[in-house]
Structures are given as structure tokens and as C-alpha cells.
Design a binder for this molecule. Structure first.
Ligand SMILES: Nc1nc2c(ncn2[C@@H]2O[C@H](COP(=O)(O)OP(=O)(O)OP(=O)(O)O)[C@@H](O)[C@H]2O)c(=O)[nH]1
Length: 833
């Protein structure tokens, strides 16, 4: 298939640049992929000098040629480009509008100069078409053209070394060897005549140009010869950019991918009549193009399928080989950038590469951070689980933390190494530090929790070991109570601390911390004691009354007292109160520090010595002028250890005495009642009067034994009825009640006695009377009990262990068991009676 040269108008006749056309042309001829392996050949010369014809024959292009039969009018307007067919590497031919054309007028040389400058700026080889007969002529047509070329050349600053190939058209019979020196001389003259910028005055033409000359036969007259010579010339364009080729030493080539932009910018600068600084232009082109390529690569990277998949996957969890995967994606686009920008200015492309790399890394970093986040979370979770399992197995805390931490950090390091992106060199040390901090924080919180649990356990243990024994010790409230409490506290605390020390050994704690915790346990134990003692101090009045009842109602052998009248109630009361006061002195202050105090002494001297056992109006009126209890603090006892202040003691004692007076009074009345019961005979004077006044009747009875027998039987019956009816007991609680009780039971009792007598005499018994009698007696006793116990409520509420019951012999304070036993005994006694 025949190749197309895609001839395109690059610059219109009016100077407008056809950017779109150029882009389209570049795509069609695949110029972008050529890198630096391309060449641009331009042709300039007088109008209608056969330039298009030459290019078409030389490069098999199809530039418009003038029809030879239609006259010498201009055919090429502006600048055209086409791809040279069959020339390697890719060569672009550029056909320029002819100079000194009559269409633009003699004076309008602006476009001519602009297009010449443009051709020189972008071409590697410039063909300068000239008629053979113009050589050596003073006013030859090519002279202004050459002048123009050299003048504009000065504006290119450091120009690329362009090859000027002078093509002599319509060569004559004058030998080429003679023509060439003349031409070169002409060129040199023109060069010398061109004003040069400062510093370039003596610059030689060869520094700017390679000058070559070729002569061709006339196309119109010797077409075959022309074609033959053109074919030979064509060969020189093959590999023209290789060393030794026509443009072998060219400089400052713009890479093919920047050709379009470069050409547009050059034309723009030329049009604006500004100086065309080619090196700066080159940098500018490189900058723009490298930026464009970098942007292109960055966009491609963001849409890369592999990257998108990786980004999605890393949201869910860690990815094995993350670093390698990310690196390969990144490197692919960077290497693409490198290959596409390789021919641009090295400095510029390196800068832009760094920018691309930096932008790409910024873009990719969140994925890496997410990856590290996963590694961090995973390592932390592993640490937590590992530590928990290790502790469950009973390993020491510190050893477990060390082993688990070491393992997890190692695992994290391996993960980081796997996620490491060589190119990025991202540092994972901050995350690692955070992981270490998090691990330490977790270990510390577990340690605190474990230690707290440990301490709580020992506190519970201490609380259990101390509470009840202390309550018991305080209840007994004796001389050695506080010594015993101190001993108990010390023993239990030491035991707990010993266990605690061995338990915390595995935590690797510093001495100060252990000491602090031990102190905490010590303080707790002390607090338990203090709390319990305060609680007990709040109940001191009840305790005192219990103690009072206990001492008052029991003898030295702890046997319940029976008030028979022989007891020394005064001494017993004093003893009981003394015991209660002793209890108050024990409860008055906390004595855990073994400091001596005078509380007991003060209390006894103030409260016991001012009073005697029995309350009396004289004692109550005694008042000391200086009251040691009129204070709210105890001497030598700090306020924090004071449980009951002296004033409170005084008030408590007053209340205590008021509430126990009744017991004492009742004991006295019971003693009195017992005495009366045992002394039922009438007074002596009555007996004497009865003997004197009833002497006659007595003698009558003594003389008649029948009366005596009858009297004896009546006495026996009366006595039996008396006993059976428990008349003594009934009358002890009021005459009316006794009369009612006796009258109601009189008849059944008589019947009962008669029935028994009949039984003794062999008469069958009446069925119901005895049972009724017995239940009446029993019921009668039960009815008596509440009447005998009209005590204040506090006794029945507080003194759980104490109750009062009554017997024939007197009153006693006893426990419910004793009451029950007593009741049973009485019932049994009633039955037996
Ligand atoms: N005498 C002579 N005439 C030629 C030669 N080559 C081409 N011509 C003729 O010159 C005329 C102009 O040819 P073009 O190739 O169009 O010339 P041009 O320089 O491209 O013309 P513009 O583009 O209009 O400046 C045509 O009629 C050609 O036949 C040649 O070698 N010698």
C-alpha cells in the first residue's frame, strides 16, 4: 500500500498557525513516538523557483506545484508540511512561501523574514533554492534572502547548527567546481556584511551553519537528468541525523512529542516580534511537555485497575506484598514518564519527575497509612490476646508482657518490611512508636486492673478477718480489748501483706510502688478497724445496758439471779454500772497507736465516784465544781481517734442510768415481795390475843377429839384447795382479780379434790374435772407472765438475750431459753401439785 505524506498547511498566508492541523498531522505520521529520531527539512527561495517541484521529487511529497503553462504566479501560500516518503528516520518536509513574490509587494518582507526565522528555528536542514545564473551577480535574487537568513539567525542566540544546502537550479555548462567557490564567497560576503550582536562580531559562519552546495539540471529542459540528480540527492537525506549525515552535528533538537507545542510557541514569539531565545524556548517546551506528560501519567496512575483494586482491598485489611504491589504500579508510571520525557531537557524533566513522584506518593500514601493502621491494630490485638492467654496459663505478668510485646513488635516490623515502598521510603517508625505506646498503655491498664483486683481481694480478706473478731472483742470490752485489737490487726495485716508480696513479685514493680500498695492495704486494714469501732461506738448505749443486765442479773458464776432478799443490790448495781462504764471507756476512743490515755480514769472518777449504786436525791444533787467531762476532746487523744467525746460520755451515762434505774427498782420490789410472801403469819400481838381470847374454845377442842379430827380434816381440805387455787399467787396481783380468779376456780377445784378422795376410796372418777383444773392453772401462769414483765421497750428490743420471768421464789432475768425452761418447770410443778 502506498504511503501518504499527509501534506498539511502549517501556517496560513495571513500568519495564522494551524495548531489543530499540526496535531492531526503529528498523530497521522506517529511523530510523537519518534523521540529525537526525526528530522525537519525546509526549503526556501525565490517564488516559483521550483521549490515544491524539488521537494515532491526529492521526498515523494505532493506539495502543490505551479502549472508551467499557467504563468509564474505564486502557488505556495504560508508554510506547508508533509512527511517525506521512504526516508528514514521520519523526516518532515516544510515548503515555505517564496520570497520576493510580487503578490505581497516589494516592500512587504515581514512574512518572508518571519517564515525564514521559523524555518531556521525548527529545521535541521534548510534547502536554499537559487538560480544558477544568480551566482556571482551583484543583484541576484537570492542575496536578500541570504541576508534575511543571516540576520534572523542572530536573534536565535545559541542556535542549533543548521545545515544550509544551497541547491543551484538550472545548472549551466560552468563546471560545479568553479561555481561553488563563487557561491561560498558570496555567502561569506553576505555573512560579513550582517551586523552581529555584541560578543559575536568575529564569529565564523561555520559555528552557526554547515554549508553545502548541490547543483541540479533544469527540470523543464533536462527532466531525466534532473530526476537522476534528485535521486542521488535523496540518498543524502537517508539517515541524515546520523553522524556524518547531512544534519549529523545538529544541536538542541526538540523531542518529537514537544514538536507541536514548540512550533506553535516559536511562531507565536516570532509573530510578536520578540527575541527568540532557543535555549530558553527549549527549556520552556521541556517544562510544558514534561508537565503535561507528568499530569498524564498521574491521571493514568489514579485510574489504574491494579491500584483501584489494591486501594479497595486495603480498606478491608492488611494485604500481603503490599509494598511490592504498590511499588510496581508506581514504577510503571514513572518509567513511562521517563521514557516519554527522555529527550527533553534533563534538568526540567528531573524536576518534573520529582513533582510527579511526590504527587503520586502523596496520592498513594493514604493506602500505605491504612496498611500500617491494619498492622498496628493487628499487632495490638495480638498483644492483647497473647497477654490474656499467657496470664491465664499463670505466667508472670512482667514476663508475659515482655514476651508478647517482643513477638508483636517483631510481627509488626515484618509487616512494615512487607509494606515498605522502596521508592517512597515512607517511615513507619512513628506508627511503631505509637504501637509501643499503645502496648505499654494496655499493659499498664491490665497491670493496674490486676493489681486493683489483687488489692481488693486482700482487702476483702482483711475485712472478713477483722470485722467479726473486732465486734466480739468490743462486746467483751475489757482491759485488754485494744491490745487484742492491735494484735489482731497486726497479725492479719502482716499475713495479708506476706501473701500480697509474693503475688506482686511477678509484676516487676519498683520498690516505691510496692511500698505504696502495701501502705494502701495497711491503711485499709486500719480503716476496717476504725469503721467497725465507730459503728460499735454508735451502739454503745445498748451495749452498756446489755452489759449492765448481764452483770446485774447473773452472779459471778453466770447463773441467773433469783431475788430472794439476801442479795446486796447496791453492790451488784455498782458492779454492773462499773462494767458498763468500763465498756464506755473502751469505746470512747480508737487506740490503735498504743498511746496511753486517762479516759477510763476520768470516766470512773467523774461518773462512778460521784454516785453510789442506788440512785438517790442526795447523789443527784452532788455537783463538782470542776467537771473534767465538760469538754469535747480527750486529753492526749487526737480528734480523729475520738469516738465519744467527754460531753457525750456524760450524756450517755445520764441516759444509761435513767434507763437502768427501773431494773434496780424492780429488783428491790421483787425482793420486798418475796419477803412478804415468806412472812404470811399474823403479827405476834394478834396471835397472843387470839390465844387469850380463844382459850376456852381451844380447850373445848382439845377435850373433844372428834372436833379435833373434824377440824383437822377441814384444815387439810382448805389447805389443798388453797394450794390448788394458788391463792397466794393470785392475791399478789390484786384483790379483785384474785377473788374473781379464785371464785371461778373454786368449784372445779373442790370437785377435783372430792374426785381424788373418791378414787382413794375406790369410787369411779368423774370424767372431766381434773383436766379442766390443770389447764386453768397453766393458763393462769401464762396469764401472769405479761403482768410480770411490764418493762420498757428497750429491754425487750435490745436485750435479745435477756427476759424477765417470775417464779414463786422471786424474780430473775434470764434468756428466752431460761424463760421457756422456767415455764416448763412451773407447769410441771403445777401438774405435780
Ligand atoms: N526552469 C526551470 N523551471 C522549473 C524547474 N523546476 C520547476 N520548474 C517550473 O517552475 C514552475 C514553478 O514551479 P513550483 O515548483 O511551483 O515553484 P515554487 O518555487 O514552488 O513556486 P511557489 O511555490 O509559487 O513559490 C513550474 O512551472 C515548474 O515547471 C527547473 O528546474 N527549471
Amino acid at each position: 500500500m502506498e504511503e501518504d505524506c499527509f501534506a498539511t498547511q502549517l501556517i496560513y498566508g495571513d500568519g495564522e498557525f494551524n495548531g489543530d492541523g499540526l496535531e492531526s498531522f503529528i498523530k497521522k505520521v506517529n511523530l510523537t513516538d519518534c523521540g529525537l529520531s526525526y528530522a525537519v527539512v525546509a526549503v526556501m527561495g525565490p517564488q516559483s523557483s521550483g521549490k515544491s517541484t524539488l521537494l515532491n521529487h526529492l521526498f515523494k511529497t505532493n506539495f502543490r506545484e505551479m502549472d508551467a503553462y499557467s504563468g509564474r504566479s505564486q502557488t505556495t501560500k504560508g508554510v506547508w508540511i508533509a512527511k517525506c516518503i521512504g526516508i528514514e528516520p521520519c523526516t518532515i518536509a516544510m515548503d515555505l512561501e517564496g520570497t520576493d513574490g510580487r503578490e505581497r509587494g516589494e516592500e512587504d518582507t515581514t512574512f518572508e523574514k518571519q517564515s525564514a526565522l521559523f524555518a531556521l528555528a525548527i529545521s535541521d536542514i534548510v534547502l536554499i533554492n537559487m538560480w544558477c545564473h544568480d551566482i556571482g551577480r551583484e543583484h541576484a535574487a537570492n542575496k536578500p534572502l541570504l541576508k534575511t537568513v543571516f540576520q534572523v539567525m542572530m536573534r536565535l542566540f545559541s542556535p542549533r547548527k543548521t545545515t544550509l544546502l544551497f541547491v543551484i537550479r538550472d545548472k549551466t555548462k560552468t563546471p560545479f567546481e568553479l561555481l561553488e567557490p563563487i557561491l561560498r564567497e558570496d555567502i561569506q560576503k553576505i555573512w560579513d556584511a550582517v551586523p552581529k550582536p555584541h560578543g559575536h562580531e568575529n564569529t565564523h559562519l561555520s559555528e552557526f551553519f554547515n554549508v553545502d552546495v548541490v547543483a541540479l539540471s533544469s527540470y523543464e529542459e533536462k527532466e531525466e537528468k534532473f530526476k537522476e540528480e534528485v535521486a542521488q540527492l535523496r540518498q543524502r537525506f537517508m539517515h541524515s541525523i546520523s553522524p556524518g549525515g547531512l544534519a549529523g552535528d545538529r544541536r538542541g533538537v526538540v523531542p518529537a512529542s514537544g514538536f507541536s507545542f514548540s512550533a506553535q510557541q516559536i511562531w507565536k514569539v516570532i509573530k510578536e516580534n520578540k527575541d527568540l531565545d532557543l535555549p530558553a524556548h527549549k527549556v520552556m517546551v521541556a517544562t510544558v511537555r514534561c508537565e503535561e506528560i507528568a499530569g498524564e501519567k498521574f491521571n493514568q496512575l489514579t485510574l489504574d485497575k491494579g491500584w483501584l483494586a489494591l486501594e479497595k482491598a486495603v480498606e478491608r485489611g492488611p494485604i500481603p506484598g503490599f509494598g511490592k504491589k504498590l511499588s510496581s504500579i508506581l514504577e510503571r508510571y514513572l518509567s513511562e514518564y521517563d521514557s516519554e520525557t527522555i529527550y527533553f531537557d534533563e534538568g526540567v524533566r528531573n524536576v518534573k519527575r520529582q513533582q510527579l513522584e511526590s504527587a503520586a506518593l502523596d496520592f498513594l500514601y493514604p493506602a500505605y497509612a491504612a496498611m500500617l493502621g491494619h498492622l498496628h491494630s493487628k499487632a495490638l490485638e495480638n498483644f492483647k490476646t497473647g497477654l490474656e492467654n499467657s496470664l491465664k496459663k499463670g505466667e508472670g505478668f512482667a514476663a508475659s508482657v515482655r514476651a508478647c510485646k517482643e513477638y508483636c513488635i517483631l510481627e509488626f516490623d515484618q509487616g512494615c518490611a512487607d509494606a515498605f515502598v522502596q521508592l517512597a521510603g515512607w517511615d513507619a517508625s512513628k506508627i511503631k512508636e505509637k504501637l509501643q505506646r499503645d502496648i505499654d498503655a494496655h499493659a499498664s491498664s491490665v497491670c493496674s486492673a490486676q493489681l486493683s483486683e489483687l488489692i481488693v481481694n486482700y482487702e476483702k480478706q482483711l475485712s472478713t478477718a477483722l470485722t467479726e473478731p473486732i465486734e466480739s472483742l468490743l462486746e467483751s470490752g475489757g482491759r485488754n480489748t485494744w491490745a487484742s485489737i492491735r494484735k489482731l490487726l497486726k497479725r492479719e495485716t502482716e499475713a495479708a501483706l506476706l501473701e500480697f508480696s509474693s503475688a506482686v513479685a511477678g509484676f516487676d514493680l519498683d520498690e516505691a510502688k510496692i511500698t505504696a500498695m502495701e501502705q494502701k492495704i495497711r491503711d485499709y486494714a486500719r480503716n476496717v478497724v476504725e469503721r467497725k469501732v465507730r459503728e460499735e461506738a454508735g451502739k454503745v448505749l445498748i451495749r452498756m445496758k446489755d452489759r449492765f443486765l448481764m452483770v446485774f442479773n447473773h452472779d459471778t458464776d453466770s447463773i441467773p439471779r433469783v431475788w430472794t432478799g439476801k442479795e446486796d443490790i447496791k453492790t451488784i448495781t455498782k458492779d454492773a454500772r462499773s462494767a458498763s462504764l468500763k465498756l464506755l471507756s473502751v469505746m470512747a476512743a480508737i487506740r490503735l497507736d498504743e498511746k496511753p490515755d486517762k479516759i477510763e480514769k476520768i470516766l470512773f472518777s467523774s461518773l462512778m465516784d460521784e454516785t453510789v449504786a442506788l440512785p438517790s436525791s442526795e447523789n443527784r444533787s452532788v455537783a463538782t465544781s470542776s467537771d473534767p467531762l465538760a469538754s469535747s476532746t480527750w486529753e492526749e487523744v487526737p480528734p480523729k481517734d475520738t469516738l465519744i467525746t467527754p460531753v457525750q460520755c456524760k450524756s450517755l451515762w445520764k441516759q444509761f442510768k435513767a434507763e437502768t434505774e427501773y431494773i434496780v427498782a424492780q429488783a428491790i420490789s421483787l425482793q420486798e415481795a418475796h419477803r412478804q410472801n415468806n412472812n404470811w403469819l399474823p403479827p405476834t400481838w394478834a396471835i397472843v390475843a387470839m390465844i387469850i381470847l380463844g382459850f376456852n374454845e381451844l380447850m373445848l377442842l382439845l377435850r373433844n377429839p372428834l372436833y379435833l379430827i373434824v377440824l383437822f380434816v377441814v384444815y387439810l381440805l382448805s389447805r389443798a384447795i388453797w394450794v390448788q387455787l394458788n391463792v397466794d399467787g393470785d392475791f399478789r396481783h390484786g384483790t379483785l382479780a384474785a377473788l374473781l380468779s379464785v371464785s371461778s376456780r373454786f368449784l372445779p377445784t373442790v370437785m377435783n379434790i372430792l374426785r381424788r378422795l373418791a378414787e382413794e376410796a375406790g369410787v369411779p372418777p368423774a370424767p372431766q374435772a381434773p383436766q379442766q383444773s390443770q389447764s386453768v392453772v397453766s393458763q393462769s401462769f401464762r396469764n401472769q407472765t405479761p403482768q410480770l414483765n411490764p418493762m420498757p421497750n428497750w429491754i425487750s428490743e435490745s436485750s435479745v438475750s435477756s427476759n424477765i420471768s417470775s417464779t414463786d421464789e422471786g424474780v430473775e432475768y434470764s434468756s428466752p431459753n431460761l424463760i421457756h425452761r422456767r415455764t416448763t418447770n412451773i407447769q410441771e410443778a403445777g401438774n405435780s401439785t
